[in-house]
Design a protein around this ligand. Sequence first.
Ligand code: KIV
Length: 263
Amino acid sequence: MRTTIRTLERHKRDGRPITCLTAYDASFARLLDAADIDVILVGDSLGMVVQGHETTLPVTIEDVVYHVAAVSRGARRAMLMADLPFLGDRDVLTALEQGGALMRAGAQMVKVECDGAHADLVRRMAGAGIPVCAHLGLTPQAVHRFGGYRIQGRESAAADRMQAEARALEAAGAQCLLLEGVPEALATRIAHAARVPVIGIGASPDCDGQVLVLQDVIGLTPDPPRFARNFMPGAGGLAEAIAAYAAAVRERRFPVSGEHTFT
Ligand code: KIV
């Protein structure tokens, strides 16, 4: 049976960690499905790990639609989430058109890199029938605004602001939150306060779920981020490494506080 937002809400209620991993093609989508991964994210990280760019900024809506369609042909069970690419949020009409294109290609939810200015956009997308995951913190499309891949929300004013943004985006209709590159204590506070599922990456073991980029998990990234883990050593192959990641998340053995998180 297909995983839906209701499944994720139930997992949050039951305290069962949600497993999420990126994929960009049908073969890996099949492997993730076989490992019982709850959510497959067709992230704009494809610009870096598939296309070889230095950032996610060159990725177009046509690129993401192409990869969502491929993944949707491989995955029968996992819920599919897809990224609204850079500048897809430039106005409401563009966000609705691009979000609609992702849903038509097979996505069940669209992830939007957000800050405090996005509540209205999220309200309009949700109102139009596009389920939204609001991505907060170290949002990679803002890498040049941040001046690098820097942890966000470290100062107390910035932490308070992010917590207020999370509340506002949830009130605007976001059905899921994703926290990236956020101090562990702040991520824990946001996850505990949210009524919707909160997925973390470089955030907190107390988030309702965890996501990583597939290439980091299977040891294909030359210089992986500190919050990631390569599950290939000791695994018999790709399927075993992906299953080991899923088990480590479900049994709360990954991420490890202090090792994969930040202060
Ligand atoms: O694009 C992506 O893969 C992402 C994850 C790193 C969360 O946004």
